[in-house]
Design a binder for this molecule. Sequence first.
Ligand SMILES: *Cc1c(COP(=O)(O)O)cnc(C)c1O
Length: 381
Amino acid sequence: MTPAPFSSSEARAGSVLTVDLAALVENWRALKRKLDPRCDPGAVVKADAYGLGFEPVARALKGAGCETFYVAHLDEGLALRPIVGPSARVVVMHGPNQGTERDFAAHNLIPVLSSPGQIAAWRAFAQANDVLMESIVQVDTGMKRLGLSEREFAAHIDNPDGFLGLTPLALMTHLACAETPDNPLNEAQRTLFASMLSTFRGKFADAKGTLVNSSGIFLGNAFHYDFARPGVALYGVNPTPQMNSLMIPVVRLQAKILQIHRVAAAAPVGYGATFQAPDGAKLATVSAGYADGLLRSLGNAGHAYLGEFRIPVAGRISMDLTTFDVSNVPDSILETATVIDLIGTQYTLDDIARDAGTIGYEILTALGHRYHRRYLPAQAK
Ligand SMILES: *Cc1c(COP(=O)(O)O)cnc(C)c1O
């Protein structure tokens, strides 16, 4: 007798996460069409491509023609370099930690220099080693997160040694309120950036500008400059919350049903007994919980789909399990149902984020590591 074959990862996993790389590429192309044709569209793939998997995402975008990739950490840049090949630009937005300059040079990673200390250290390193590698200087135009203040920038401009030894590719800043186009801070930041860039070009005539993230792309061509830095919109989150999304869904998350209960007499559900299932209720428990990125704030607040039926979360989310009230699903469908759609076209990243009281970014980057991951290939052009 032949022994039974071993099971597949898909069979073993509690949930299946499908990442549609063709949809990802379509979103990148849609953003590119939206941008001034002179602007390099680029792609932000920090945090494991917002949780969706660095390597397949970067490969698909590279295949579609993306030539500039942005990460946050040096380690992300080091991992990305062999994936995207020697010719792609890899920008490390946090710049060098003390003493890590050599790694940037050795792997041709473009550092973003945001503080006077980072600039001084890079300048010293570049001069000592005859390094002419490009860097990006970041200025703060209204967010107080990273970047030279107006005063620090002016001091560097006035000091002949301030930027000496640097070969700046671009001046960079980041918008605080890009997803709310009516906020006057957008135009204030753009105006200040325009003035700083023109000053910077007095020293470095060829310096480019980079201002916009996903939402910033929709503020109009005056914001686009030379390099865009879209992240979340590539992965299907709506960058224009006040309008219908231009983006198509990239992520589908399906959790397997472990058990269905038919409640004979009214009974509480889950930890803390926070939900009362009435007589005759039907409940389905799936193999995914907060350890898989279903945020606990979705307890008694989130939804999902079983086929075409919208179903609410019943009670609290457990670490590995979530129970849904499926009373509205006909028995004929429940009998054969195997999975519940936690995220997809009917209940999107933006929908689950709203019910959880957060943003699509946090849902994506919280996605767990126990899923079986299925990547639908990017079509050849
Ligand atoms: C994360 C990040 C981006 C990408 O922003 P999205 O809103 O995801 O498009 C762009 N620029 C900087 C500096 C960032 O930190």
